[in-house]
Structures are given as structure tokens and as C-alpha cells.
Design a protein around this ligand. Sequence first.
Ligand SMILES: *Cc1c(COP(=O)(O)O)cnc(C)c1O
Length: 378
Amino acid sequence: MRVMAPPVFRPAWAEVDLGAVADNLRAVKAAAGGAEVWAVVKADGYGHGAERVARAALAAGASGLAVAMVEEAVVLREAGIDVPILLLSEPPAEAMGEVVARRLVATLYSHTALEALGREAAAGPQPLAVQVKLDTGMHRVGATFEDALAVAVSVQRHPRLTLDGVWTHLAVADEPARADFTTGQCSRFDRFCEALGDAGVRPRMRHVANSAGVLLAGATYDMVRVGIALYGYAPNATVAVPVDLRPALSLVARVVQVKELDAGDRLSYGLRYRLAERSVVATVPLGYADGVPRRLSEVGGQVLVGGQRRPLAGTVTMDQLLVDCGPRATVQPGDEVVLLGRQGDEEITADDWATRLDTISYEILCGIGPRVPRVYRR
Ligand SMILES: *Cc1c(COP(=O)(O)O)cnc(C)c1O
């Protein structure tokens, strides 16, 4: 049976520049001073499409991939990607059979999970690589010093497991003003690595850095786990990074309707936007169900039409939004509207939305929903 892709009619899409992904990966790699770079492609590659981003990053020099969950890794394996995939969270006991069958690199931070994985690994063809995570101060997931040491020792002794790595995660690496906390986390990690050495445990790699860890804190160790920088954004919109990054994703749609309305006319749900003068208003087929935050219009959100910034006019609805194109604008149905990306000399970035909405680019990018088709450009 042939499975046909469903047809796409709606004139709205996210354009992903895989050349930008590759350039960003190479820029981070150059800054990582010989450490391996693993591409973090959780949450469908931060909304960019995990499989395509993974392939672009691997072709540009990434040594492996990282995802949050077993389910995300399975999708990549089903797509035929056979490089190492690190699971950034400890898999539930019920998932360990899948971890073994798919040869995923599980992160462990409990004896319970170690036992569950050890049992499943007994049936596997070769010893399975696993990593152990230490909590050095973020207090999200990870083992205490003593537990991490004990789990690592058990892994090393296990006949069916090998200790591929030990790692930790930084809480404020994107805030240079709090560098002391990051240094403290790295020192705790260093002491842990020493204790491992004293116990005769030799992990293949040690790593601590996310994008901020490598680009702002210089905490490269043997490997860096790079997410946001791969997609072209600095981890913190207010702090410049020492490499050139280029946003990979543009969000684009075509105008579906144009109307000229009178001064005093009010628009969209709640009639919250009032035209100050007779103006041309364009309807664009993207809404909050696609990841354009409903509140964006209230905080001065803009789009690009005809190479110019134009304000969102009224509340963003589920499937559509309105744009105030101003008096006598020549906009036509079918014209391209850029919500994120460049048009002419202007650019709107996810940092621009994030700053207005008091969030971070990560949340904007991950929020672009599955209803928006992804189109790939090299
Ligand atoms: C998401 C994640 C990363 C990637 O972080 P970026 O800031 O996007 O580079 C790295 N490590 C862990 C544990 C993560 O959860």
C-alpha cells in the first residue's frame, strides 16, 4: 500500500535553511576547541524538523545527536539515522527494552533505572553504552555526588553496559554576571571526575555545556550539547556570542484577503484595535494554533509586508491574524508576509517576539505547531 502525504493548500509555511544549520554547527565547532559537538534535536529540532536538522548537522561535523525522550529517538531511528543518540532524561523502566533494541545512549541517575536497563541489556548483542548524570546545582534531574558515583561504578562493573560518559547541566551559563555559580558547578563536576578516577572508573567522555556553556562560559570538556545555537540564536538575547549565527527558520504566509476600512473601524475579537485613519488591512492565515502567540498583537508585534514593518491589528485568532498595512497600501491577496525572517532590508527574529513577550527564543521556535508545513532550503 502506498501512503500519500495529505495535500497542503493553506498558503503558510515555515522555511528552514539547512545551510544556516550547517554554518551554525561549524561556527560552534570552531569555538569548541576540539570537543565533539552533538546536535540537540529534541522537540522536533526546536520546531525545525528533527530528521532534516539531524542530517544537516551530521553532514557538517556533528558527532552525535541528543533528544529528551525515547519516543523522539525512535522517530530518528525509524528515519534510518544510525549515529549515537543520547537521551537527556532517564528513560522510564518500561522504555528500557526500546532503548536496547534501538541502541540508544541512556542517561542514568538512579539504581532502579540502572537495574531495569541492565536486565534488558542482558539480551542485547553487545554491551550497551550509557551515561551518568550528576546534579551540580540546577536541581532538575541528576544524581547526588554519592549516587552518581555508585551508579557509575555499577555501570563500569556491569558485564552488559559500558560507561560512555558522565555529565552535568548548567543553570545560568547564559548569564555572564553569574559566572561564579557556573564555575562552582564545573568545580563540583571536576571533583566528581576525580572521585571516579580514584575509584578506577574511566568514562569515555565528560561534558557539561549547552550552547551557553560553550559560547559564553567556555566549558567545553570533551563534548558540547548544542541546541539553540544550531538554530541560529544566542542563548540569551541580551548577551552577544563570539561567533556568527544565522537564524535558520522563517515563518511566512500569503495574504488571503485585503480590505480598505474607515477611520474608527475596530478589528478582530474584542474589537480591541481601532484604525486611526482609513487604512488597508490584510488577513494572514496563521494564528495561535500555529504558534503565533495570541498576545503578540497587544505587545506591539509586527510583520513584514512589502519590505516594511507593519503592526498586527487586533487579537491574533486561532487560524488567522490581521495586519494594518496603513493608508493607500498596495498590498494584494497572494503577497508574501514574513512573520519571522527577512524581507528586503528588514528582519524580525524569534528574539524580537520573545523580548516583547518576556520569554526566550526557544519557546517561540518550539511553539511553531505541526499544522505549519516545513519547507527546506539548502
Ligand atoms: C535542551 C538541552 C541542551 C541544549 O541546550 P541549548 O541551550 O539549546 O543549547 C543541552 N543539554 C540538556 C541537558 C538539555 O536539556
